[in-house]
Structure formats: C-alpha cells, structure tokens
Write a protein of this length. Structure first.
Length: 507
C-alpha cells in the first residue's frame, strides 16, 4: 500500500466553482495519533501494510501533506440556525479531500479542524481534542448501532493551542460519508437566486444517490424531497428509539442522505427525561429530545421551500412532505415495538409504549439499562435451569428476572401493572418463543452507548497522553450489543458527576 495506489475521485468538485473554494489545509504542528478506526480503514482499503500506522498517513490525515490525487476544497452552504435564517455559512473548518472507493460506492474523505477557509467567519478553523474525540467515537458508535451516520477514520492531535473558554489543544477528525451535502446547500442557492446551480445540485444528488426519483411520474425534485423526508423519518425514529439527542439540528447540520452528521453537543439519555436538552447553549430547548422529530419536519419544510423554484407548483412540495407525518411515528412505533420484543405493530401498542414512557419519565429510569434488563428478562428465562426442566415456564416468561427491571422504578406497583399488559401482549404473539424473542431484543437494545461521562473519561485520559481508555471504549462501542466480560463498567449507571457535565456548541 502506498500513496500512488490510492485512486481519488472528485464528483462534488465536478459541480463547478460556484459550490466551493479550492484551498490547502493548514498544517497541524507535531501531530500524533489519538484514535483510528480499523473497521473504517478496512472499508477504504487503507488497512494493508500498516498504512494507518505510517507517518505518511499521520501527515495526510492531519492536513500536513496533500497526497497525489487529492483536491482539497471547502464548500459553501447557508442555513437556518435555531429557527432563524443565518445567511451564508459553509465549511468553516472542514476540508474535503476527494473520494476513495468504498464497499458500496465512493466515499468522501473530509478533514475537520484543518484550518481556516473562506467560510470560517469568526472561527479559527480548528477543532479541539475533546470535541474531536466525541465526534470520532460517536460516528463509529452510531454506525455499529445500525443508525445512518457519517463515519470517522481517525483523529490526530497536536500540542498547538486552541482558544475556547479555556486554552485547549487542536485535533483533526477524518470524517467519511458518501456525501456531506446538507439541506443548507440547497438553501444557499435558493436564497441567493442561483437557480441554475440549485438545479445542478439537485440533479447531482438525484443522479448519484436517489436515481429512482428520475424514473417516477411527476416532478423529480418533489420526488427527491419525499425520498429525503422518508430517510430522515427513519433516522429520527432510530435516534428516538436509542435515546440519542443531536443537540444542534440546524438546517446546515441536516444531511441530504438522512445521515447523522456534525456531532457537537449530542448526548445519549441517561435517566429518561422526554424534555431533555443536551446542548447547554440551547436555552429555549428548541432541540430537546422529544422535539427532534418535529424539528426534522421543520427542517424538511425549509428544504422544500428551497426546492420550490424547481417545482411546478408549491402544492408539490407540500404533498412530498406530507408522508413524513405518518412515516416517522410508524417507524418509531415499529422500533419501540421491537425494543419491547414485539414482532409486529398492533392497535394498542402505541398506548402500551406511551404508558411505559410516562412511568420511566416519572421515575427517571435509566433509558439504556431499562431496555437491556427487559431484554434479559425475556432472554434469560429460556436458558435458566428452571425453564429447561419445566417447559411450562417457557410460556410464562420473565417472572423472576423482571425483578431487575422492577428495581429501576420507584413506583413499582405501577410498573407491575404495566408489565402485566406487556406480558399479555408478548404471549399473545403466535408461536411466541422466549429464547428467540429475547435474543432479538438483545440485538435491538444495546448494552453500551456513548454516555457523556464515558466520553469524558476517555477525553481526560487522552489529554494526559493516555489513549488506552479511548481505544477500549471504542472497541466496546463497536460491539454495542455484545456482553463483553471485563467491560461491565461501561454498561453501568452514570456516576453523579455526569449530571454536572455541560456540553455546549463550543468545539
Ligand atoms: P456547527 O453548528 O458546529 O456545525 O457549525 C456552524 C457553522 O460554524 C459551520 O459553518 C461551521 O463550519 C462553522 N464553525 C464552527 N466552528 C468553527 C471554527 N472553529 N472555525 C471556523 N468555522 C467554524
Ligand atoms: Mg455544522
């Protein structure tokens, strides 16, 4: 493996100079490795011959060496931030290097934190170690959870100072996605009346990522809006089902491919609180956990407005957006049902789920631990000696192991009453099989998610030059459904100090 064997392509650059500025990354002084994703390297064919251990890779992925075939650029976009039109934004600290072939097509490789661009505005073009580690870990964790997301190949760090609330140090994340095009790219060309560019961008996205939109009857751009809405609905359902809060759902942070992108003040819920606000800067709670699906719709509406110049009639946009209102709740109910061990969706399921969520909210039950224990309550009964010797027990799952779930509630009788309803629903499934259902639940409800305090501990160690805790956490997050002996601490309740962690937009 050497430089010359990499074949870089540049589809986005083919759109022309209205879409970006070509520039060089700013070198990062004395770079060192912070983290690498072997899984991502393998998908890009970068794992052979120790390439990801080479100085060449270290220099390339910290922005110090532009490899032959790379064509670095920063793209221009605009967007709505916290509900207000923010005008031109753009890649203020991200630099696209080009694409490398991936298993399902070309993948864009982007350096985040690689220096100033024409779109840096007041920023310094840099990213700090703390937020770079969080983005790196979460990208790979989300992928392992099966949630559409940009990926991360590696993080490099440097002693170079970066000034935020305190002096911190610089880092660069190498991000990977089929495309980093955002809703904000479309808004940019619509709001600046560059309709030829708007059309070119929409055609680019359709041709490369949504080719079926071309073949359908009617306006292809309305079809694109509907397809983006459908993907966004699925992603949002997955966020809600796993307890993920994005934190900054501005339209410039919304992927046209429905990917989770731009990891900032995100958080996985600890104690369940539907109104949880993870971003310390979000004083109004616009991006609270339970508002995310509606905010996604608001953002899709902004995308629809941006696409209006390409439609024959505004009604087409409204019709394209309409399905989101039923797709999102349906996708969410399907996923919540799967978390409960249900193999299909029936009429009473929404109420059953809502009643549970109310109990969990009232008692601030730990979100991840609840679902994992519930899964075990079904799975373990089928492997217990009692179950094996007395087959009748199989039909009566979850009597004894449910204690561990019950213990999570303060108002246990209320939980018991709910559990009776749940058990009835579970057992009424034709051919119910506790072992198979439990195994499915254990593959649906993760054992470990990237809780704030886990990231924080990895960051503290990395600041001291110890990257082993980060690597251990990364390894566990890459297998979130597995019980990993020796790593039980990563699946435990958060410590009290976790509540004091404040994550803001500062990154
Ligand atoms: P975000 O909401 O964090 O995704 O960023 C919003 C906008 O601010 C984007 O255009 C970013 O590129 C830009 N930005 C954020 N931080 C910096 C920075 N340190 N330097 C330059 N631009 C930045
Ligand atoms: Mg952003």
């Amino acid at each position: 493996m050497s430089l010359s064997t990499l074949t870089w392509t540049h589809r986005f650059a083919g759109l022309g100079p209205a879409f970006f500025t070509e520039l060089q990354p700013t070198p990062l002084p004395s770079p060192h490795w912070v983290g690498r994703s072997r899984a991502m390297a393998r998908e890009l064919g970068l794992h052979e011959d120790g390439f990801m251990d080479s100085d060449e890779a270290l220099q390339a992925f910290s922005g110090n060496r532009v490899l032959p075939g790379m064509r670095p650029l920063a793209s221009v976009y605009s967007g709505h931030q916290f509900g207000h039109w923010a005008g031109q934004l753009g890649d203020g600290r991200a630099i696209l290097l080009g694409e490398l072939p991936g298993p399902h097509g070309p993948l864009e490789i982007q350096l985040k934190g690689a220096g100033l661009t024409p779109y840096s505005r007041m920023g310094d073009g840099r990213a700090v170690l703390r937020s770079s580690i969080r983005e790196f870990l979460c990208s790979e964790a989300m992928h392992a959870l099966g949630i559409p997301s940009s990926r991360a190949l590696c993080v490099t760090g440097s002693p170079a100072p970066v000034y935020r609330e305190q002096v911190e140090t610089a880092a660069v994340v190498t991000r990977v996605a089929p495309s980093f095009i955002r809703f904000g790219h479309f808004e940019h060309f619509a709001h600046s009346d560059q309709h030829a560019q708007l059309r070119a961008l929409a055609d680019f996205v359709i041709d490369n990522f949504y080719p079926v939109c071309r073949d359908m009857d009617g306006n292809p751009y309305a079809a694109l809006l509907e397809a983006v809405s459908a993907r966004t609905a699925e992603t949002l359902a997955q966020w809600q089902a796993v307890g993920f809060c994005h934190g900054v759902m501005n339209t410039d942070n919304m992927s046209i491919l429905g990917l989770t992108i731009d990891y900032g003040p995100f958080q996985f819920l600890d104690a369940f609180d539907p109104g949880h606000i993870c971003n310390h800067s979000d004083t109004g709670g616009r991006y609270a956990y339970n508002r995310q699906p509606n905010i996604a719709y608001w953002n899709l509406f902004a995308l629809g407005q941006a696409l209006l110049p390409l439609m024959d009639d505004p009604q087409q946009a409204l019709e394209a957006l309409e399905p989101y209102k039923t797709l999102m709740p349906a996708a969410l109910q399907r996923r919540m049902g799967a978390k409960l061990g249900l193999s299909d969706v029936q009429d009473g399921d929404a109420v059953l789920t809502e009643d549970l969520m109310k109990l969990m909210a009232r008692d601030a039950v730990d979100f991840t631990i609840f679902w994992r224990r519930l899964s075990h309550a079904v799975a373990d009964v089928s492997v217990s000696p009692a179950a094996a010797s007395a087959p009748a027990v199989r039909a009566e799952p979850v009597e004894a192991p449910l204690h561990a779930v019950r213990d999570l509630f303060l108002q246990r009788e209320a939980f018991d009453a709910w559990a009776v309803r749940w058990r009835q629903r579970l057992l009424a499934q034709p051919g119910f099989d506790a072992a198979a259902t439990g195994a499915r639940m254990l593959r649906t409800n993760p054992q470990v998610v990237l809780r704030n305090h886990l990231g924080e501990l990895a960051i503290r160690a990395a600041r001291e030059g110890d990257f082993a805790p980060l690597a251990r956490l990364q390894n566990v997050l890459e297998q979130p459904f597995e019980a990993l002996p020796g790593h039980e601490d990563l699946a435990d309740f958060p410590p009290d100090w976790a509540r004091q962690i404040e994550i803001s937009c500062s990154s």
